[in-house]
Design a protein around this ligand. Structure first.
Ligand SMILES: Nc1ncnc2c1ncn2[C@@H]1O[C@H](COP(=O)(O)OP(=O)(O)OP(=O)(O)O)[C@@H](O)[C@H]1O
Length: 575
């Protein structure tokens, strides 16, 4: 899997990869040549007292060493550029993919896991590429070349070397197979820690208010301990590696000295060859130890590659249309026809057979108890999810055939939980229309009843992540203003007056009445006061429409509506 994954994603780096192998080849060849040259100096220079030979070969050795140094540093430069580039590409691909996924897939994989995959898993893959390029390539060449040159020195003694190298490689392979499940568990524990941290940091006020710190600490400790335990088990297996390699190395050295001693006695081998063989043993064992670094990382990187690949292969259930429609004949027309929708894994649909029409100049209010499916209905009109039955039409076009950009130009959305981005008030307001001038921003702020609190701060006042440095009501008004700046045809307002006091809400609704007289508004709410003057109210109960009409019509005829109305104090009007 890892090899296939890298083969695919390293495609743009084929050129540098070939150059890297060439550099490593030259570098390793230079390293391997040095003991042979050394052996020749001893046998032909030192033992025969030939100073000229010693000088000549010595200078050659210096040249070879210079080549070795230059090629080694060139290869290292290339490998770090290549691995950093791959990391950047993968993060980019994962990010783009996540952005293209529908809410369904994001829910399925989970936001914390998506973050771990984009950051940590990509880092694991990047790191294996770096160590492979730096170490494994030269280590493999070193092993093969070292064995070949040892064979040139002496065939019988080299067979001992080959036998023991095979033992080390088989041992390593068996060990790494055992490690793989632990690495998978480690990444899952990391996901879990990420998930807990997110939950605990964002919910810190609730944790304090309920004095649940010890409980939360316990949950975190348990997961942290799991990760520690798994890491320790990996460490225990890894600790046996040096034992195995060092034992083999020592056995090998003793065996070579023993056999070579006999062969030198018999006159079948020279002293220089023995020294060269010992150098090759050291080089090969060092290469194996270096390769071990890669091997120990490989199973973890393989697990990470699978996790990254899962995201890259995920298909959005909200598919882009083959022939996206960008031009629409009408404006501000939203219609749901027999719309039915069920969340994945849920037993029954959340929305069933919903019929609804909203036209320009109309405010259609959707009223219903909590969990009746109001927000889900807006999600369908935004195409966060696709209907499982029926259809949603915008300006007469099935939403599934609409170009996503055209859809988002037509439809504006204010979520139930206002979310702002880190930056300034102005950068948040320009989120949907980058070229909006200050006048447009102030206009939107006036309508959203936010100008009063923004004026003393200024448009460049900082906003922290999520908008945590402004109050809930201020956040809601900024979110409304952000949508107003875009001036879409259809407004989907999801219970976005809930954090406002009734007086501010009434002023805001009056301003909306004036300013958005031609717009289409779909307004989710639980407050009767908000829906009283709506063109039409759709009453939802348990995912079904149980009433439709004006406030005056429904209050007399609809049991559910009357019950909700009677449970609340009377309020102002929408239009
Ligand atoms: N992402 C989701 N995955 C699975 N089920 C969900 C999801 N979101 C909502 N639901 C379920 O769908 C039902 C309708 O939820 P929805 O948020 O649409 O209700 P709502 O009427 O907007 O409620 P509220 O007024 O409390 O905001 C609920 O029973 C809820 O449990």
């Amino acid at each position: 899997m890892l090899v296939r994954f890298l083969n695919h994603h390293l495609r743009p780096y084929r050129g540098p990869l070939v150059l890297l192998v060439v550099l490593q080849l030259v570098q390793t060849a230079a390293t391997l040549l040095l003991p042979t040259l050394n052996a020749q100096i001893i046998d032909n220079g030192v033992l025969l007292g030939d100073a000229g030979y010693i000088w000549g070969t010595g200078l050659t050795m210096l040249g070879v060493a210079a080549v070795q140094i230059l090629t080694a540093s060139g290869a290292m430069l290339l490998s770090s550029r290549m691995s950093a580039g791959l990391g950047r590409d993968l993060r980019d691909k994962v990010f783009r993919k996540v952005m293209s996924l529908s809410a369904r897939e994001v829910d399925q994989i989970g936001a914390p896991s998506l973050i771990t995959r984009t950051v940590n898993d990509v880092q694991q893959v990047q790191s294996i590429v770096l160590t492979t390029a730096d170490v494994a390539v030269s280590a493999s060449i070193m092993c093969v070349g070292g064995v070949a040159l040892a064979l040139v020195q002496d065939v019988p003694v080299s067979t001992i070397l080959i036998a023991l190298v095979v033992v080390v490689i088989v041992g390593l392979t068996l060990m790494l197979k055992r490690l793989s499940p632990f690495y998978e568990a480690m990444q899952n524990h990391l996901d879990r820690i990420n998930h807990l941290l997110r939950e605990q940091i964002t919910g810190v006020r609730v944790i304090r208010a309920f004095v649940r710190d010890p409980h939360e600490r316990g949950r975190f400790d348990a997961t942290n301990r799991d990760l520690y335990g798994t890491t320790l088990r990996v460490g225990r297996i890894m600790a046996t590696l040096p034992v195995m390699v060092m034992t083999v190395m020592n056995v090998l050295t003793v065996a070579i000295i023993w056999f070579s001693g006999h062969r030198i006695d018999d006159g079948g081998m020279q002293l220089g060859a023995l020294l060269a063989l010992l150098s090759y043993v050291t080089l090969i064992i060092v290469a194996i130890i270096m390769a071990m670094l890669v091997f120990t990382e490989a199973p973890r990187a393989a697990v990470s590659a699978v996790r990254v690949n899962e995201v890259l292969q995920a298909e959005s259930s909200v598919a882009e249309p083959r022939r996206p429609i960008t031009e629409m004949a009408t404006r501000g027309h939203l219609e749901l026809r027999g719309a039915t929708f069920g969340y994945p894994g849920a037993e029954k649909p959340v929305l069933r057979d919903i019929d609804l029409v909203a036209r320009p100049g109309e405010t259609v209010a959707i009223l219903g108890s909590t969990g009746s499916g109001k927000s889900t209905l807006l999600s369908l009109a935004l195409r966060l999810y696709d209907v499982t039955g029926g259809e949603v039409r915008i300006n007469g076009v099935d939403i599934r055939d609409l170009d996503p950009l055209a859809l988002h130009r037509v439809v504006g959305y204010v979520p139930q939980k206002a979310h702002l981005f880190s930056g300034t008030i102005a950068s948040n307001l320009r989120y949907g229309k980058e070229d909006a001038d200050d006048e447009e921003l102030w206009r939107a702020l006036e309508i959203a009843q936010a100008a009063e609190f923004v004026r003393p701060l200024g448009l460049d006042a900082p906003i922290t992540q999520g908008g945590s440095n402004v109050s809930g009501g201020q956040r809601q008004r900024l979110a409304i203003a952000r949508t107003l700046v875009r001036r879409p045809e259809i407004y989907l307002l999801d219970d976005c007056f809930s954090a406002l006091d009734l007086r501010t809400e009434a002023r805001l609704r009056a301003a909306l009445d004036r300013e958005l007289a031609d717009a289409t508004i779909l307004l989710v709410t639980q407050r009767i006061s908000t829906v009283e003057a709506a063109s039409r109210v759709i009453v939802l109960e348990d995912g079904q429409v149980v009433g439709s009409g004006t406030h005056a019509e429904l209050i007399g005829t609809n049991q559910t509506y009357r019950e909700i109305a009677l449970s609340q104090p009377a309020g102002g009007s929408v239009r």
